[in-house]
Design a protein around this ligand. Structure first.
Ligand SMILES: Cc1ncc(COP(=O)(O)O)c(C=O)c1O
Length: 372
């Protein structure tokens, strides 16, 4: 079905930047610059400067940024790593694949780690914490960093959804030992397939990640230092990302404007809870614009029937995926979020007209409910 309001509009995105992107692609490909060339080094330098770290290491996905961060930090069997249950499963899988044990805790109403729940979950075996900056909003990093410092824990930030977001003026991905980013096509900075990076200001971690991503090999000496992985960000993808990075500040400003427009049109409608949490220390980038309602499934169907495409991140708590082996967790806030959230259309191509249509459809739903 062709939606009146698409969730994202990848063809339109490509059309807008086609000339610049094709120039970068043709230039890179015609010179045969395929693996670990200047384009990758340039993008890494620009990304590190943008985030506010000394280094960035281009990787093949956000998952690999998490996994290689954890390996570089020395996490392994016997270690407990605290993160949230309300995240994309890759955060948790990276912990499992290191041989460490994930300990899943509750989130606050802004969908990010509850600092008290984090502190309460610390045991003598806890080695690290992975705060996830969900939907483009940085966690309460003042509290999380202070608790981690008190207990001597490593902090690995899952910043896959938060490139450009800040807390107290400091960028997502610059607080912890590493920040982990995803360039999956529908992220705020997306490439043409899978891609990711870690950011760090620790040169030993940057070096370990550079070796691990290339099967453990030091390219200068040919020496293998690890049993590593094939997990490099492709050079052509780096060229594409370097072009797009120049537009990122404009896209963030656009998304924040769209979020304000949603707020102006939807505040006070039905039982809706909107993602505006007034704390001036947070500068959110709205990777997702997530609303909550007790009538989620009906509202979502009404939006679909009226041509508005939405997504749900995520409809089922991670522990209910039985094959993952978590047993049953008692995290009522996470469970309620999974029942109640809808992500509305949000991208650099979302227009004010899209918001107007979407808001009108939502209002018509609650008018019907009200008059029923
Ligand atoms: C919060 C979060 N963590 C990790 C990832 C993993 O990134 P990737 O899909 O690039 O492996 C994603 C992206 O989907 C994400 O949203």
């Amino acid at each position: 079905m062709a939606y009146r309001v698409p969730f994202v509009d990848a063809p339109e995105h490509y059309r807008r930047y086609q000339q610049e992107l094709e120039h970068a692609l043709t230039d890179t490909l015609s010179r045969g610059q395929m693996v670990m060339r200047q384009e990758l080094r340039d993008f890494e330098a620009h990304l590190a400067a943008f985030v506010g770290t000394s280094d960035a290491v281009g990787l093949s996905s956000g998952y690999h940024a998490l996994h290689l961060s954890m390996l570089a930090a020395g996490l392994g069997p016997g270690d407990e790593v605290i993160t949230v249950a309300h995240t994309f499963v890759a955060t948790i899988s990276a912990i499992v694949h290191c041989g460490a044990t994930p300990v899943l805790v509750e989130v606050l109403d802004d969908y990010n780690m509850d600092p008290d729940a984090f502190e309460a979950a610390i045991t003598p075996r806890t080695k690290a914490v992975v705060p996830v900056h969900l939907n483009g909003r940085v966690c309460r990093m003042d509290r999380i960093m202070a608790t981690a410092a008190r207990h001597n824990l490593i902090v690995i930030e899952d910043a896959a959804q938060a490139l450009g977001a800040t807390f107290d003026g400091k960028g997502a991905g610059s607080f912890g030992l590493t920040g982990c980013f995803s360039f999956y096509p529908f992220k705020i900075l997306g490439c043409f397939g899978d891609g990711g990076a870690l950011t760090t200001s620790d040169p030993r971690v940057a070096r370990a990640a550079r070796l691990l991503r290339y099967n453990g090999e030091d390219r200068e000496t040919g020496e293998y230092h690890y049993h590593g992985y094939t997990a490099l960000l492709d050079n052509v993808q780096a060229a594409v990302l370097d072009v797009k990075l120049r537009h990122l500040r404009d896209w963030i400003a656009h998304r924040r404007g769209i979020a304000d427009e949603y707020r102006a049109r939807l505040e006070g409608v039905g039982d809706l809870r909107l993602p505006h949490f007034d704390d001036a220390r947070h500068h959110d980038i709205y990777q997702n614009y997530v609303i909550r309602t007790g009538r989620r499934n009906e509202l979502r169907e009404h939006l679909r029937a009226n041509g508005v495409e939405t997504l749900v991140h995520w409809p089922k708590p991670v522990w209910e995926h039985r094959a993952l082996g978590f047993g049953t967790l008692d995290l009522p806030r996470t469970a309620a979020i999974c029942r109640e959230v809808i992500s509305l259309p949000m991208s650099a191509e979302t227009t004010r007209e899209h918001v107007e249509i979407t808001a009108d459809v939502i209002r018509s739903f609650f008018d019907q409910v009200h008059h029923a």
